[in-house]
Design a protein around this ligand. Structure first.
Ligand SMILES: Cc1cc2nc3c(=O)[nH]c(=O)nc-3n(C[C@H](O)[C@H](O)[C@H](O)COP(=O)(O)OP(=O)(O)OC[C@H]3O[C@@H](n4cnc5c(N)ncnc54)[C@H](O)[C@@H]3O)c2cc1C
Ligand code: SF4
Length: 407
């Protein structure tokens, strides 16, 4: 039976709900305000964690948000989606005392929600320099770069292939971590600095890359990674087989009930995207949602806490099961997946298969040795996190500014 709207809303509610003011104050007073704070060192954007927490403790939420957002234009989405267990919270000294680490992400959310909800403007565009920069891709890397270039006074035009900006923040992050409206509000804050955005424009197709080099003083490329890799097994093109990014994007851009989910869903792969797909299939109402992975439990590339989340959601796991072919029933719909195990071939019955075995590279060809061209984010680092893409966008803005001002 399909789930009610109410149940679906509950299933996709924020996994880490916001702190109340009192809870945030209490949590902030637990911080030791460490010198050379390991939490700050562990953050790729090096947010001054003790400084922002201290401002929360003194009731200065606007000041706190400024400390966060100055080095990290995506401080709102990082507060919701960062893998803090392996970054700032994982580095908190309280872990060494067998205590719970400070809830840095929730405190960061507390401060950044305060300014986002009130539409407070913390930054402004710099004095006009007359220099123009093109940015390809409106994901965290491109927009972080755009924000800092505007603060330096350069004109910025962002070209984005999709109808909406935000990259995977808008289209890919699990719905229970970050909703598209929050992602878009955060993006709007950056655009309000006077960034020109051209959506629905694919560079390399609608606009040649050379055109950008002719019209702009520098180009930043932050195009992310490409679509999900193909499995390369028979039955992959059956209706009922979908790639994880398409499945998640549909879920994030439509009312929940409009995303088709099977009764028995098999997700192929064991990275973080596979976990996002299997948990969201379960939360959409699949009776069974199972990860099928060709290697063992210890080889899973996903974060341990993501694996735990999927287990808590009641998802199943089949290890050491290598997909061989997807099997159709008499009417051509998915009926199962044949896997090879140590004891021979076996069919796992299912009516939907979600493929999540990693993303390929983007097809955009850019000149490698042109000093006017800069890159960052997933397309440059091979695929990491929002905070890495943001840090790389910010670092590129600094390099571009140096080039534009020093010749
Ligand atoms: C399913 C999934 C879940 C994830 N979950 C998390 C998470 O919970 N936490 C976390 O921190 N990270 C997560 N990540 C990783 C994170 O989303 C990325 O590291 C981050 O979005 C990379 O930012 P980016 O700007 O480099 O690329 P993207 O966000 O991919 O943005 C690139 C943009 O460029 C556009 N583009 C591409 N080609 C062109 C072109 N030729 N012309 C114009 N525009 C173009 C694309 O449409 C896109 O909007 C997840 C990734 C995936 C796939
Ligand atoms: S390591 Fe923990 S206790 Fe120390 S400043 Fe960071 S959050 Fe506070």
């Amino acid at each position: 039976m399909p789930l009610s709207e109410e149940q679906l809303a509950k299933n996709f509610a924020d996994i880490a709900p916001a702190l109340t003011n009192d809870a945030a104050l209490l949590e902030a007073t637990k911080c030791l305000y460490c010198h050379d704070a390991p939490c700050t060192i562990a953050c790729p954007t090096h947010i001054d964690v003790p400084a922002f927490i201290k401002k929360i403790a003194t009731g200065n939420l606007r000041g706190s948000a400024r400390v966060i957002l100055d080095p990290n234009p995506f401080g709102h989405s990082c507060a919701r989606a960062c893998p803090v267990e392996v970054l700032c919270e994982g580095a908190c000294v309280l872990n060494d005392r067998d205590e719970q680490p400070i809830k840095i992400a929730l405190l960061q959310r507390h401060a950044t929600d305060y300014v986002l909800e009130r539409k407070l403007k913390l930054f402004e565009a710099g004095k006009r320099t007359g220099k123009r920069v093109a940015i390809v891709g409106a994901g965290p890397a491109g927009l972080a770069c755009a924000r800092d270039l505007r603060r330096c006074g350069h004109e910025v035009t962002v070209f984005e292939a999709k109808p909406q900006p935000g990259g995977l923040n808008t289209y890919g992050i699990a719905e229970y971590k970050l909703k598209s409206d929050v992602a878009l509000a955060e993006v709007q804050d950056i655009l309000d600095l006077g960034v020109e955005l051209k959506t629905g424009v694919t560079v390399g197709k609608d606009v040649p890359f050379d055109r950008l080099l002719a019209d702009f003083h520098a180009v930043f490329v932050g195009v992310g990674l490409g679509s999900t890799k193909a499995l390369g097994i028979p039955g992959e093109d059956l209706p009922g087989v979908v790639d994880a990014l398409t499945f998640i994007e549909h879920l994030k851009t439509h009312p929940y009930r409009e995303t088709t989910v099977g009764r028995h869903v098999v997700v192929i792969g064991a990275g973080n995207t596979a976990i996002d797909a299997v948990t969201q299939a379960k939360r959409l109402g699949a009776a069974a949602a199972t990860i099928v992975y060709r290697r063992g439990e210890a080889d899973m590339p996903c974060y341990h806490y993501e694996y735990e989340l999927a287990k808590r959601d009641g998802c199943g796991f089949r290890f050491n099961a290598a997909p061989q072919r997807i099997i159709a029933n008499g009417s051509g719909a998915v009926a199962g997946i044949e896997v090879r195990t140590s004891s021979g071939n076996e069919t796992i019955p299912c009516d939907m298969v979600i493929v999540a075995i990693g993303q390929g590279e983007r097809g955009l060809v850019v000149p490698r040795n042109d000093p006017r061209v800069f890159t960052g984010g997933d397309c440059a680092n091979g695929g990491a996190e929002i905070v890495n893409a943001t840090a790389e966008g910010v670092a590129a803005a600094k390099r571009i500014h140096e080039r534009l001002t020093n010749g």
